[in-house]
Unconditional design. Sequence first.
Length: 215
Amino acid sequence: MSNDLTFTHRFEPGNRLEAPPLLLLHGTGGDENDLLPLGKTISPGSALLSPRGKVLEHGMPRFFRRLAEGVFDEDDVRRRADELADFVESARARYGIAAPVALGYSNGANIAAAMLLLRPDVLAGAILLRAMVPLSQPPQADLRDKPVLIVSGKLDPIIPATNSAQLAALLTKAGANVQHPVLPTGHQLSQADLTIGQEWIKAVRFLQADKAAAV
Ligand code: MLT
């Protein structure tokens, strides 16, 4: 564990060049250890950068403040997304990694969505598991060709289907290449999330390899 890059975090180096680095962003009450197994399962050999959210809600770490479930303190969302983006840039320099693909769950997926909108250059793409629209008045972001996977749960009691559909539409309008499967499940992750994430990241790698080959 390392504390010197403004976020308590874990970093695990990758061992496969073609596997993109992952930025792991946990849900409410999680920490920097939570998503390491998920990252290794979805993208074996990826470098893993896993910060702990700095906001505490009744002692539970989060990445930004909320006023109620699903109601966000949007000034805090903006400030914290910026702070996290700065951390990612410093960590990239420290560890010598490329721009990461965010892999976020719930609150971690929401801060990743906010980073895509506010600091689009920081992420190479994103896997957003159980995400919702993070800002009511998002800026015009240029997400041209950025690959984004949103996986939602049809029975999610926290995120209405209209909200995750709105997020997918918002990111698509900004130019992102969005896939948005909806699973017959709730807010918790299922085996299908892992399988879909694995397939998606393989396809993204394939596209990146194509681009590199074309240069
Ligand atoms: C959030 O606060 O980001 C969402 O309500 C998801 C959650 O953390 O429960």
